[in-house]
Design a protein around this ligand. Sequence first.
Ligand code: URP
Ligand code: ZN
Ligand code: ZN
Length: 458
Amino acid sequence: MRTLIKGGTIVTAVDQYKGDVLIEDEKIALIGTAIDVQADKTIDATGQYVLPGGIDVHTHLDMPFGGTTSADDFETGTTAAAFGGTTSIVDFAIQYRGQTLHHAMETWAKKAEGKAVIDYGFHMIITELNDQVEGEMDALVRQGITSFKLFMAYPGIFMLDDGSIFKALLRTGKNGGTICMHAENGGVIDVLVQRALAEGKTAPKYHALTRPARAEAEATHRAIAMSEIADVPIYIVHLSAAEALEMVTEARDRGLPAFAETCPQYLFLSYDNYEEPGFDGAKYVMSPPLREKAKQRELWRGLAFNDLQCISTDHCPFCMKEQKALGRNDFSKIPNGAPGIETRMSLVYDGGVREGRISLNRFVELTSTSPAKIFGLFPRKGTIAPGSDADIVVFDPNRTITLSAKTLHMRVDYNPYEGRQVTGAADTVVSRGRLVIENGKFVGRAGSGAFLKRAARS
Ligand code: URP
Ligand code: ZN
Ligand code: ZN
């Protein structure tokens, strides 16, 4: 099968030029100007950008959490991702206490098989560490699950003590894995939550008011300090607070391999959303919470100057009806998370590139190339080059869309950006040579996405 993408502007993390891309089966075969070959399918990309498919390294599909399960499964979630221009995800499998990592891996593999429409990998969430689990970490790295998420928050559910965190960090020094850290001081937050509830403060906004930026900064500092002592890299997930970014920046200025991602919600939404009337603030209950609008410029600075390396979504949707509603009388019972897998590329293009905050090359780097490099997928994914997987987005920089739960494809009954207009949208999306979205229409197939065996750090 030969597909020719003609006449577009090819953009990678470093290049921008007019050219054609020839795809043979699953791979990019040739890049050139005016390629003249017989193809089974020709895509006219005139006036459009030809980008490497987006890579979202932080999603939670079909995840039991907060007394319910995230609303998108691997079929609906990856379909929505494809609509938005994302061609690979890395989702989180969870080891519950008393279970093996192997069991978690099998459970999540079953959730994805036959459903995913784009390629997917897994990080492993470790909630209990012992000698046997440490041995399993090595085995998982060999099987292509090369990153592990640990929690410094959610005591009694996910939180690990510092000794266990340190042991896991040391282990990645031997097996080439990477620790991804949810950095918030869970002990402090728990006390603040109990105090707020005892004072009758039950509304959604108290979720944010009991998770101060300094609790994120403290945990970020501690996580980086432990990784420095263990002499291994660390990746901070869903960084939201400028105060936490300061910790990452300080570490990087000292030459430490500290990496971090932020998410669109922290760039485009703010604490003010929690003040929306009635129970609407629940739409934005996520951890860490949304922060002050005035601090967003610090995150953009971090993205522009590489103190933040990736933009992922932390897509973890719960419907307002029946799911978020579990916490109507107690903010601590609102399931944590929000939808975003479909809107990442358009939001960041519109608010980042069009607003002059980041360059077009940096946009590609933050949404595709850098996640691929950090998580062992490059150069198979994350760029447009001969031999790379044909994961390509034909992106219209001039198309304006209105974000709305009614027209987006995520299986959730609200959208945090409802009514917001963004310019720049994926028109046609190719995943490993197969058309998944063609001129805005879904033409993919459930089950055609494959498990991504990722490389360890060398
Ligand atoms: O609120 C969030 N972020 N929900 C998803 C779970 C996590 O901590 O990433
Ligand atoms: Zn987290
Ligand atoms: Zn998450």
